[in-house]
Design a protein around this ligand. Structure first.
Ligand code: AMP
Length: 435
């Protein structure tokens, strides 16, 4: 609008989170923390240390490691020019960063293998849907260096399963496969390509394109019309070289030895270029079509590809968003406690006592709500109820003068009087019983 016309006051714009990204809010965040804490504990028992790589890296790192031809790099990265005109990208995954860090910090000098884990946000511009976001969280681990013994592959798998069991994740299915090595995989891929060309007309446009770009990915197809055709294609397990076949057989033997249940899935090829030999995927219940909670595999050439010495590597990434979703859907999400004690206080003397009581109770580990201004007891008790507090500690002039404090159990409305030391003891006993 121009001229002298009175401008209508513009309403300030209300902002919303960008499509495909979301806020994680309490009380759900308490569950996220619990999951992450469990990961720290379980991974430490397997001798893994935490690495926190940066969230953005040179674009070239991902192009080189993940593969310029993959969807992740060619379509889904958040890439921008930094002011010094270098191209940087938000990380779409963390394995490339961990390998970069391994080389940059000369970790090949450390006792091998080096066992690292990480957790944090990843960014991919995918089509959002349930269990698929543009900012999502992964918990992952990598074993770098040392020998490529099958027992290492299996220990990594065992670690994930131990973590999932500890969380009581339901309906787990572990699938394993071997996708061969630099020796046997290219020969198999050529054979696959030749077979796919014979049936090209019967395939959908995505698979037709992949015959040229990445024939292995055709095996990933979920298109109903392609299933019968795919089932008749040559299987990599029949074309592994001797070393790969032995490695794969030993992996399966070792899984049995450790009591890890699995099924073989010859179509499990994984989307990223750097995998070789062992690949695995774990699905969980309650997730609909996006039901993979963990994917992983061996990638012996990756560190070399990034300019480091030839180094064996194996790792996995767990989709934390999906893990949480599955726990919630199966009703296995632990109940998160709200406030233990709401302190309903009235009067100046009671204020000082309430402040002291809050300090002591918090020191003892209780979650305490101390209202900043006095409230009528009725209102305070209503507030305590709304917050889901277990107890209300009632402190008025009478209580302060007599030294007898009133504790109300909100679930049944019962009340009891306690002296200050008795109260703490009573609450501690109660907490021990309820936990
Ligand atoms: P990837 O890095 O593609 O092997 O994925 C490993 C795991 O990360 C998958 O099994 C999913 O659980 C999770 N994941 C991958 N992409 C997404 C996404 N866009 N949103 C949520 N979780 C994802």
């Amino acid at each position: 609008m121009s001229g002298g016309a009175a401008k209508k006051e513009e309403k300030p714009r209300k902002f919303q989170a960008i499509k495909g990204v979301r806020d994680l809010l309490p009380p759900e965040t308490a569950l996220w923390n619990r999951v992450e804490q469990t990961a720290h504990e379980v991974f430490a028992t397997f001798g893994f240390g935490e690495i926190r790589p940066p969230i953005f890296e040179p674009t070239e790192l991902f192009a080189r490691a993940v593969g310029g031809e993959t969807d992740i790099v060619s379509k889904e990265m958040y890439t921008f020019e930094d002011r010094d005109e270098t191209s940087v990208s938000l990380r779409p995954e963390a394995t490339a960063s961990v390998c970069r860090a391994y080389i940059e910090h000369g970790m090949q000098q450390l006792p091998q293998p080096v066992k690292l884990y990480y957790m944090g946000p990843m960014f991919r511009r995918e089509r959002p849907q349930k269990g698929r976001y543009r900012q999502f969280y992964q918990i992952g681990a990598e074993v770098l260096g040392g020998i490529d013994a099958p027992a290492i592959d299996v220990e990594v798998i065992e670690m994930v399963m131990t973590f999932f069991d500890k969380l009581d994740l339901q309906g787990l299915r572990l699938s394993v496969n071997s996708i061969g090595c630099r020796e046997c995989r290219p020969k198999y891929v050529e054979l696959l390509r030749a077979e796919l060309l014979k049936v090209k007309d019967k395939l959908g446009p995505d698979s037709q394109r992949r015959i040229e770009t990445n024939p292995l990915r055709v095996l990933d197809s979920k298109l109903e019309s392609e299933q019968k055709i795919i089932e008749k294609l040559p299987r990599i397990s029949d074309h592994l070289c001797k070393d790969c076949a032995e490695h794969y057989a030993a992996v399966k033997q070792e899984l049995d030895l450790r009591g890890v249940k699995y099924r073989e899935n010859w179509r499990l090829v994984r989307g990223l270029d750097y995998y070789m030999r062992t690949t695995f995927e774990i699905t969980a219940q309650g997730l609909g079509s996006q039901d993979a909670v963990c994917g992983g595999g061996r990638y012996d050439s990756l560190v070399g590809l990034l300019g480091g010495p030839p180094t064996n590597g194996i790792g996995f990434a767990i989709g934390e968003d999906r893990l949480i979703l599955s726990l919630q859907e199966s009703g296995k999400a632990p109940v998160v406690r709200s406030r233990d004690v709401y302190i309903a206080w009235m009067g100046e003397k009671a204020h000082a006592t309430a402040v002291r009581a809050a300090k002591d109770l918090r020191k003892a580990g209780f979650s305490v709500e101390l209202p900043p201004v006095e409230q009528k007891f009725g209102k305070a008790l209503g507030q305590a109820d709304k917050l889901g507090a277990r107890f209300a500690l009632i402190l008025g002039d009478n209580e302060v003068t007599s030294g007898e404090w009133t504790l109300k159990t909100l679930a049944d409305g019962s009340q009891a009087k306690f002296t200050e030391p008795n109260l703490l003891e009573h609450l501690c006993r109660n907490k021990a019983l309820s936990s």
